[in-house]
Write a protein that binds this ligand. Structure first.
Ligand code: FAD
Length: 149
């Protein structure tokens, strides 16, 4: 892939997975499908889930990321999808991961620093670059212990 065809997209959304659902199972399903599909289309990234909100970074060729984001936006497991950043990237930030998972259903806000995903979290207060930096920090700087899978 030409370096100029590497794009990074970051978004936040609100989960509409019912409160009585098995969240761990739902997240596992999303990750399994993501890893299978993303490997095929050359997309890498990270998915954060905490307290009712998703934050995700997708990296790959423009057409692959654009098409995947269209699919993801239509997924009824979440809503209020807000794209924070979609721009060329100099290199992959999540090279080894077809879709890394950050966080857990029971994690506390303190684990997420600047992007504390409280239920009243307002995506407008967080930029795509902040989301990218936080996910990368949790995965790369803090080591693989943070990535649940
Ligand atoms: P299928 O084979 O059609 O489905 C695989 C499994 O997912 C099945 O168990 C099916 O029941 C379940 N499923 C599929 N769509 C839905 C739905 N709308 N509601 C409930 N269950 C469903 N997909 C990726 O490929 N890459 C990603 O990085 C990615 N990130 C996501 C992030 C979030 C926050 C969410 C909510 C979804 C994400 N998805 C991602 C899933 C994406 O929206 C599509 O569901 C998926 O790409 C469909 O792939 P498929 O046709 O191969 O799966």
């Amino acid at each position: 892939m030409m370096p100029s065809d590497l794009y990074r997209l970051a978004y936040f959304s609100r989960s509409v997975i019912p409160a009585d659902a098995d969240f761990a199972l739902e997240i596992r399903r999303i990750l399994d499908v993501s890893r299978r599909n993303n490997a095929r289309i050359g997309v890498t990234g990270a998915l954060l889930f905490n307290r009712g909100a998703f934050g995700q970074v997708l990296e790959g060729p423009y057409a692959a990321v654009d098409g995947l984001f269209e699919t993801i936006q239509n997924d009824e497991r979440h809503g209020d999808v807000v794209a924070l950043q979609f721009e060329p990237a100099p290199e992959r930030g999540f090279g080894p991961w077809t879709m890394a998972h950050v966080g857990s259903v029971g994690a506390t806000d303190a684990d997420y620093g600047a992007v504390a995903l409280a239920e009243d979290f307002d995506p407008a207060t967080c930029s795509g670059r902040e989301l990218f930096a936080t996910l990368r920090h949790l995965l790369v700087d803090c080591g693989p212990a943070r990535s649940a899978a």
